[in-house]
Structures are given as structure tokens and as C-alpha cells.
Design a binder for this molecule. Structure first.
Ligand code: MIC
Ligand code: SF4
Length: 755
């Protein structure tokens, strides 16, 4: 039986009426995305059709999911909101704080010991406020959500950018910062700019070495890391119907890598099969009753160009397997072409590791496809050349894979089975094969491959591919290996070829698990006490941010002008720093240490204008803070791409940065800055970025009349006495300006609660 089945039935019982109303209002057939958006309006009903990419709309999501690295801050916030219980079904999943080193059993033990304080905190807060708790080892948040909570036609938010994975089960699932989640937990509306719609038509069928992963690797190559910004991607067509539900999840998952708000597919037989296989006949039956509302109106998919803002068509019959990378997930190369490209770019051809796992590709089907390749290595006597690591997506998947002999195959080829957790995908990887920062290559089935992401080494070239392609490349040990055409020499000296992978969509004997790792909260948690030690280095209760006064914005200094890619990994690194995710002052010591200073091309080396000395970014910023001087950060395109971590906004805010001025923002990060009461601004003229010099001072001349829809003026004073005046845009609406004036969105909630 499904969790929260009454809530799901409640959503379905209103669906027909709400969709019909919306269709009338909009005056034409509806896409699936519009059906879900309009049936989740906070006010129940709208009296106008919304303009895509323009109108801010209040929504009522059905549920919330948080993971351990972001839940700490979100729940520290929620504790301040003064509510006895969360207002909508919420879960916390412990998956990021577990390091991969020697194997699941030993690693989990170490994690439970080193992060005991944090896990206990999360468990007790969950218990107190009615939140479902998935303990360490239960699995990766998005696999666990897909297996237990996602449902067709639903809307959820999650404090992790890959929340979008649940689109594989026909949801609109959206990644947000913790502050957004806290609004909804506290019973308030959730605001989103009504998204644009990108339609992806899949024709033909996937076969052979090509898999669902290759669809999104291809789409990433077409749209690039910012091509999906502000848009929902809706997949349809004959090819979509023939993909498995978890394959659809893979495609939606990596929609985060193109900046898309979310991605989704219409309800179909693959989703029904998956619901039934995961013990949710009740959801499948309920969904079948409202089937027509869980996909677009037929006219839409017949003439998509009339209903979507942009259409992409991919022919699955001719789609080739890809490997994307290094350093960015949108650098797409068909497998056969990679050798030449690698030679031209001096990427190491020898592959040191093949890693299978992450929320993107750790389903039962993924493991079977990869195992079918690994099995051939055994049968054809090929000794794998690279090291091999596997992170199953959930305990249910691991248990079933063990029962069905899949894990044994991996072990036989020398793979280490790590915990059901994020592991190397988030830099939680104690990689012992490198001495220092040697140049090397790894391939993995994850979603992200930003510099330093997996192992902290800037010279690790990481390539993203399907699990079966990762397995094949790891066996060959070479980046230029093309399993469709090349042979390998086996232990008997014979040239052998790998046959194409074979997958099993769902376990023939059903899923099984002994302890899935779920702990339900007490019915009444009011008696539960949550303790945070004042001397803890891992957890720190939050204090309210003070509003940024207009006067303090005269004479602001430049902290850093970041050049090129500046993801949330550059602003607030993960890996070893994950341990401080619940302690704002401690984690602030990593603020922007990965950003490249445009004036010297170095990281973590900026000029402190007060002394003229060069120093680390957090040190310089702490000096400005001590002197009571506000600062600004300047950045390039798609600033803050990547994760939902609100730390990337809270840390600069805590240290006294007032504004972030960039060429363009990634959606979640821009919202996070607003929520924390900061200024997130964009250049009206992108070339004004070039005007900014190392010793600059800024005056926000018209901040007193900060208004929705009106650009702001900044006077830039250079050290040589010259000055420039520039215009900067912003997307704040009236209530968001209210957050800025109050110091943060949370300050507004607190005031309302107190009133
Ligand atoms: C990631 O993949 O970068 C993370 C870690 O899951 C993040 C969330 C976080 O920073 O904790 C994400 O994708 O949102
Ligand atoms: Fe975890 Fe990686 Fe997925 Fe983020 S992308 S949730 S770190 S597995």
C-alpha cells in the first residue's frame, strides 16, 4: 500500500473539475504540465490564464522531500517558524553524508559514528514535526521517492535539484532551496514564475547499446547547461511510451543539468507497471480512473508546435550512445568519436574508475543492464582494467539485486559495492589510488561532472554515460573503446567482442526487502525535545538576518569578480565541507573558494581592498564584515547553476555580502538569494561586466525606490577617480522586495506568526 493514499485520492478527486476549468480559461487543449500546474493552484482556481515566463503564481504542492545535507538548514529554519507539525507530507532522507571507501558495511558504520550528531538531530526533528525519516543506508532520496511517494499528476518540491527525478512517474517535481520548502511546511503557498514549455518528441525506439540516459545526454548537448532555464520539459511520442518508468526517471533527473525547472512524461503503461511492482496497486487503480487528465490532450501531441514554446525531436532509432564531459555535463560526444576528441584535447585515454550509481542511474533495471556486461567479462575471460564501484539506489534495490545474483556478478569482476547512498557523486569518496592531483580519467553513470566534484581533484576528467556503457568502458580501461565495433583481448589472447546489454525492467520475482530503513514519526511529537549543543561544530541554531539598510549600500566594495563557470560547487563546495551543512559560521569558511578570480585567474585569492593584500575569499570577506563594509560579488552566465543548496546564498549573506551582480542566474540560486534578503541582479548590458575593476566601490544610488519591474542604477567608482553609471535588472516582485526589506523571507513569516 502507498503512503498518504488519501492525499493522492484527494488530488485525483479534484482533478477533472480543475483541468476542465483551466481548459476553458486558457481556451485551448492543455499540455500535461499545464494540467498539473493549474490543478495545484493555491487558490484552487484562477480567473486568468497565466503568461508563461512572466506571471508569478502561488502553488500548493502535495509533498516535500529533503536530504540530509540540505534538511539540516531547512529544519533549523522550520524550527524558527513556530509550527507544531509540517502542513504537508514530508520526508527526510539520509544519503549524502556517507563516504564511499571500503564497502557498504564498513562505510555505513563509519558514517553512523562520524555523523551521529547530525543523524540524531534529523531523526528527532522529524519525529517532533511529523516528518517521515529514512535512515542512513535506506537509499538515495530520489530513488526512494520514486519507489514510495511519487504519483502521476502530483506536484512536489524537494530541497535538492534532482527532485525532478519523480517526473519519471508523471509528476511535476521541482528542486527548491530550503527556505521555499519551509514556506510549504509552514502551511504557506509556494511561488514560482509560470514556466515556459519545451516539448521533446521521441520517435522510434531505443535498442542495442543506446539507453534512456543517451536521450538526456543528447538533449543536454542540444540545450546546454542553461537551455532549459525557466522551462518545463515535457516528453512525448511513441519512443516515450516504450521507455521504462525508471528510464524516464533518468531522463527527468538530468533535466537539472540543463537548468530546467522540471521534466515530465504522461502517465502510461510503464508507470502503471512500476506502481504495481512497487506495491502501489492502490495508486495505479486511482490513476487509471483519471487517466485522461494525467497526460496532455491528444491535440497537443498531434500538433505540438502550437502548444509548446520550443520543440525538439529525437529519433531514437538513430540515437547513438554518448559520453558527456569532461567538466560539464553538456559536452556530448557519441562514443565512437570520443577517442579522436580526447587525443585532440589531451584527455587521458586510460580510465582509472568506472562508477555506477547516483540518483540518476541506480535502478534495478540499470543494475541488470550493467551486470549483463560484467557477466560477459567473466564468461569471455576478460579481466577488467579499471576499478569498479557500485552504489545501489535503495535498500529495496540492493536487497533484490543480491537475491537475484546481480551483486555477485559485480563482485566477481572485482567491483566494490558501496552503501545505498550518493557517495562519489557528491565527493564522498575516499579514493586511495591517487597520490596527489594527478591528471586522470573516470567514467560514471551520475549526472554531474563539474571540476573536483567526485574526488576533489581538479585534474580528474569525469565522463557521464549509461551504466552499461560505464561497465564496458571500465572493462576495457580505455576512453576510446567503442563496444559496438571494437574487440578486447581476453586472458587466452583471443579477440572478443561484448554483446549488447540486456536489461530486466522489473524484477521477475518482485521486489523484496527486509528493512527498508523507514522510521515513521510519532502521532503526537509535541513531547519530543530537539537538542543542539552550543559547542557543536556540526550544528548551530540560526539567528535572524538583519535587513540590509539602504545607507549601507553606499561605498560597497568588490569581493570577487568571478570568471567563467561558477556553480554552487564553486560557491559552497560539497565533499569534505558537507560535514558543516548544519553550522552556518563554520561552512562559511568555504565561501566562493572555488570561484576563479577574473583578475588573476586564481581560486581563493582576492585583493582585500582595505589592506591591499591578497588572501582567501572568506578571509577578505570577514575583514570587510569586521569593518562594517558591505560587498558585492560579480559573476558570469548561469551563476549558481547546479544544486539547490541555499548555503550558497546564506554563507555570503552571513558574511556580509549584500548583492550578487551577474550576466545571468540559475533559477534556484536566484530565488535562494531573494529568500535570504539579498540583492540578486543582472547587467542590463552584459558588456558592463568588463567595466568592473579590482579596486571598485559601488553606490546603489536609487535603492530607496527599489520597485518591481524597474531597473536599478549603480555607480561604479574606480580607484583612479573615474566612474561609470550602469543599469541593472532584477526580477523581484512586491512580496520579494518585502523579504529584502525584512532581512529575509523567514523574518516575514516570523512577523506574521507573531502578529
Ligand atoms: C548535488 O547533487 O549537488 C546535491 C548535493 O544533491 C545538491 C544538494 C545539496 O547541495 O545538498 C543538489 O543537487 O541540489
Ligand atoms: Fe545525491 Fe548525486 Fe543525486 Fe545529488 S546528484 S542527490 S549527490 S546522487
Amino acid at each position: 500500500m502507498a503512503f498518504d493514499i488519501d492525499m493522492i485520492k484527494g488530488v485525483y478527486s479534484q482533478m477533472a473539475e480543475r483541468v476542465d476549468q483551466a481548459r476553458e480559461l486558457v481556451g485551448r487543449p492543455l499540455t500535461l504540465s499545464e494540467k498539473i500546474l493549474y490543478s495545484h493552484l493555491w487558490d484552487g482556481k484562477s480567473n486568468k490564464a497565466f503568461t508563461r515566463g512572466k506571471d508569478y503564481v502561488d502553488f500548493a504542492p502535495d509533498r516535500i522531500a529533503c536530504q540530509d545535507a540540505t534538511a539540516q538548514m531547512a529544519l533549523l529554519h522550520f524550527m524558527q517558524a513556530g509550527k507544531p507539525k509540517v502542513a504537508v507530507p514530508t520526508t527526510v532522507h539520509c544519503d549524502h553524508l556517507i563516504q564511499a571507501k571500503s564497502g557498504a558495511v564498513a562505510d555505513l558504520k563509519v558514517a553512523n559514528a562520524t555523523s551521529e550528531e547530525v543523524f540524531n538531530f534529523l531523526e528527532s526533528v522529524s519525529n517532533k514535526y511529523g516528518i517521515g525519516f529514512w535512515k542512513p543506508g535506506a537509499g538515495i532520496i530520489h530513488q526512494v521517492v520514486l519507489e514510495n511517494y511519487a504519483f502521476p499528476g502530483g506536484m512536489m518540491i524537494g530541497t535538492d535539484s534532482h527532485t525532478v527525478n519523480a517526473g519519471g512517474l508523471g509528476m511535476l517535481a521541482i528542486g527548491v532551496g530550503g527556505a521555499d520548502a519551509v514556506d510549504v511546511m509552514a502551511g504557506m503557498a509556494w511561488e514560482l514564475k509560470f514556466p515556459k514549455l519545451i516539448g521533446v518528441k521521441l520517435t522510434g525506439n531505443i535498442s542495442g547499446w543506446t539507453s534512456a540516459k543517451d536521450v538526456i545526454l543528447k538533449v543536454a548537448g542540444i540545450l546546454t547547461v542553461k537551455g532549459g532555464t525557466g522551462a518545463i520539459v515535457e516528453y512525448f511520442g511513441e519512443g516515450a511510451l516504450n521507455l521504462s518508468c525508471t528510464g524516464k526517471g533518468t531522463i527527468c533527473n538530468m533535466g537539472a543539468e540543463i537548468g530546467a525547472t522540471t521534466s515530465t512524461f504522461g502517465y502510461d503503461a510503464s508507470m502503471e507497471r512500476y506502481l504495481r511492482a512497487t506495491d502501489r496497486n492502490d495508486v495505479a487503480d486511482a490513476a487509471n480512473e483519471v487517466k485522461a487528465h494525467l497526460t496532455a490532450d491528444p491535440e497537443v501531441y498531434a500538433q505540438p508546435e502550437k502548444y509548446f514554446d520550443e520543440i525538439i525531436e529525437i529519433d531514437l532509432n538513430t540515437l547513438k550512445p554518448h559520453l558527456n564531459g569532461p567538466f560539464t555535463p553538456d559536452l556530448a560526444t557519441p562514443v565512437g568519436d570520443l577517442g579522436e576528441k580526447a587525443k585532440a584535447n589531451d584527455w587521458p585515454l586510460k580510465v582509472d574508475w568506472g562508477l555506477i550509481g547516483s540518483c540518476t542511474n541506480s535502478s534495478y533495471e540499470d543494475l541488470t543492464r550493467a551486470a549483463s556486461i560484467a557477466k560477459q567479462a567473466i564468461d569471455k575471460k576478460i579481466k577488467p582494467k579499471s576499478d569498479f564501484g557500485i552504489n545501489p539506489g535503495s535498500e529495496q534495490i540492493r536487497f533484490t539485486a543480491e537475491r537475484d545474483g546481480l551483486l555477485q556478478i559485480f563482485e566477481e569482476v572485482g567491483a566494490t559495492i558501496f552503501t545505498n547512498a550518493c557517495g562519489p557523486c557528491i565527493g564522498q569518496w575516499d579514493r586511495s589510488d591517487l597520490k596527489g592531483d594527478e591528471k586522470n580519467t573516470i567514467v560514471h553513470s551520475f549526472n554531474r561532472n563539474f571540476s573536483k566534484r567526485a574526488d576533489g581533484n581538479p585534474n580528474t576528467h569525469a565522463f557521464v554515460g549509461s551504466p552499461e556503457m560505464v561497465a564496458a568502458i571500465a572493462i576495457s580501461g580505455r576512453l576510446d573503446f567503442d563496444p559496438m565495433n571494437d574487440t578486447l583481448i581476453n586472458e587466452d589472447g583471443e579477440a572478443v567482442k561484448l554483446d549488447m546489454p540486456l536489461g530486466i525492467e522489473l524484477p521477475v520475482n518482485g521486489f523484496a526487502v527486509e528493512d527498508a530503513g523507514f522510521i515513521a514519526p510519532d502521532e503526537d511529537g509535541s513531547g519530543v525535545s530537539v537538542k543542539v549543543s552550543p559547542t557543536s561544530e556540526r550544528l548551530q541554531l540560526l539567528e535572524s538576518f538583519q535587513p540590509i539598510e539602504n545607507e549601507s549600500l553606499a561605498g560597497a566594495k568588490l569581493l570577487i569578480k568571478a570568471q567563467g563557470k561558477c556553480t554552487t560547487d564553486h560557491i559552497s563546495m560539497a565533499g569534505p565541507w558537507l560535514r558543516f551543512r548544519g553550522h552556518l559560521d563554520n561552512i562559511a569558511n568555504n565561501t566562493l573558494i572555488g570561484a576563479v578570480n577574473a583578475f588573476n585567474q586564481k581560486t581563493n585569492f582576492v585583493k582585500n581592498q582595505l589592506t591591499g593584500e591578497y588572501m582567501g575569499v572568506p578571509d577578505a570577506q570577514r575583514a570587510y564584515k569586521a569593518a562594517g563594509i558591505k560587498t558585492i560579488v560579480v559573476g558570469d552566465h548561469n551563476y549558481g547553476e547546479g544544486s539547490s543548496r541555499e548555503h550558497a546564498a546564506m554563507q555570503p549573506r552571513h558574511l556580509g555580502v549584500a548583492a550578487v551582480l551577474v550576466k545571468s542566474f540559475a533559477r534556484i540560486h536566484e530565488t535562494n538569494l531573494k529568500k535570504q534578503g539579498m540583492l540578486g541582479l543582472t547587467f542590463v548590458n552584459e558588456s558592463d561586466y568588463d567595466l568592473i575593476k579590482e579596486d571598485d566601490t559601488f553606490n546603489f544610488v536609487d535603492i530607496a525606490s527599489f520597485k518591481a519591474g524597474q531597473a536599478l542604477t549603480i555607480e561604479i567608482k574606480h580607484a583612479d577617480g573615474t566612474a561609470h553609471t550602469i543599469q541593472v535588472n532584477h526580477t523581484y516582485n512586491d512580496s520579494q522586495i518585502g523579504w529584502f526589506r525584512a532581512g529575509s523571507a523567514l523574518n516575514v513569516i516570523k512577523k506574521e506568526n507573531a502578529a
